[in-house]
Ligand binder design. Structure first.
Ligand SMILES: [Zn+2]
Length: 190
C-alpha cells in the first residue's frame, strides 16, 4: 500500500514520458505532409509534451494517439485517441497546431465539467507553452492568426478572455480546476 502510494506520487517526477504517437495520412496524396508532422513529432514531441505539462500542471495519459493528416480543419476527438491535423499549413503553423491539439488532448484529462468551453480551458496554458517552446514572438503571432479563425470555436473572444489575465492568474485558475475535478473524481470512486 505504502509502496503504491509512493510510486504514484513519484512517477510524474521520474518519467517525463511522451505518449506513443502514430502519424497517418488520410490519403496517399497527403504522405508528404504526414512526413513533416512525423518529423516534427520526432524532433519536438518530448519538448512539446514537457512544455504543455509544465504550463498546465496536468500529465499526459499513456494511451496511444493517432495523428491523422487531412484536408479538413484540425480537431481532437472527445475520447482523445484521434487528432486531425491539416496538411496545407505553413511549417510554423503546423507546429502551433500540433501544440494546440495536443493541449486539447491534455485538457481532456480534466473531464467535461470544468465550466469552461474547450478554448478558454486550453488558452489558460497554450500561450505559455508556445512561449516556452518557440518564444514570445511566435506565441503572439500564432494568437493573431487564431483570432481570425472563423466558425463556432469563439477563438477571438477566448483569447481576449485568457490574455486579460496574467500568467499567475491563469495558473491559479488552472490549479483550482485541477483541485475541483480531483475532488469530483475521488467522490465518484466511492
Ligand atoms: Zn482548438
Amino acid at each position: 500500500m505504502i509502496r503504491r502510494l509512493l510510486l504514484a506520487s513519484l512517477l510524474p517526477l521520474l518519467i517525463a514520458a511522451a505518449p506513443p504517437v502514430t502519424v497517418i495520412p488520410a490519403s496517399p496524396r497527403l504522405a508528404e505532409a504526414a512526413a513533416e508532422y512525423r518529423q516534427l513529432w520526432e524532433s519536438d514531441g518530448m519538448r512539446i509534451v514537457a512544455a504543455l505539462e509544465a504550463a498546465s500542471g496536468l500529465v499526459f495519459p499513456t494511451e496511444r494517439i493517432e495523428l491523422i493528416v487531412t484536408d479538413g480543419p484540425p480537431m481532437t476527438a472527445y475520447d482523445g485517441r484521434t487528432i486531425r491535423l491539416r496538411a496545407d499549413y505553413s511549417p510554423a503553423y503546423k507546429r502551433a497546431t500540433l501544440v494546440h491539439e495536443l493541449g486539447h488532448r491534455l485538457a481532456l484529462t480534466l473531464g467535461r465539467a470544468t465550466g469552461l468551453d474547450d478554448h478558454r480551458l486550453l488558452y489558460l496554458f497554450l500561450h505559455d507553452a508556445w512561449t516556452e517552446l518557440y518564444g514570445r514572438d511566435f506565441a503572439d503571432r500564432m494568437v493573431r492568426i487564431e483570432r481570425r479563425i472563423p466558425g463556432p470555436g469563439d477563438y477571438d473572444a477566448a483569447w481576449s478572455w485568457a490574455l486579460a489575465m496574467t500568467r499567475e492568474e491563469r495558473q491559479a485558475r488552472l490549479r483550482a480546476l485541477v483541485e475541483t475535478t480531483a475532488h469530483e473524481s475521488r467522490g465518484k470512486d466511492r
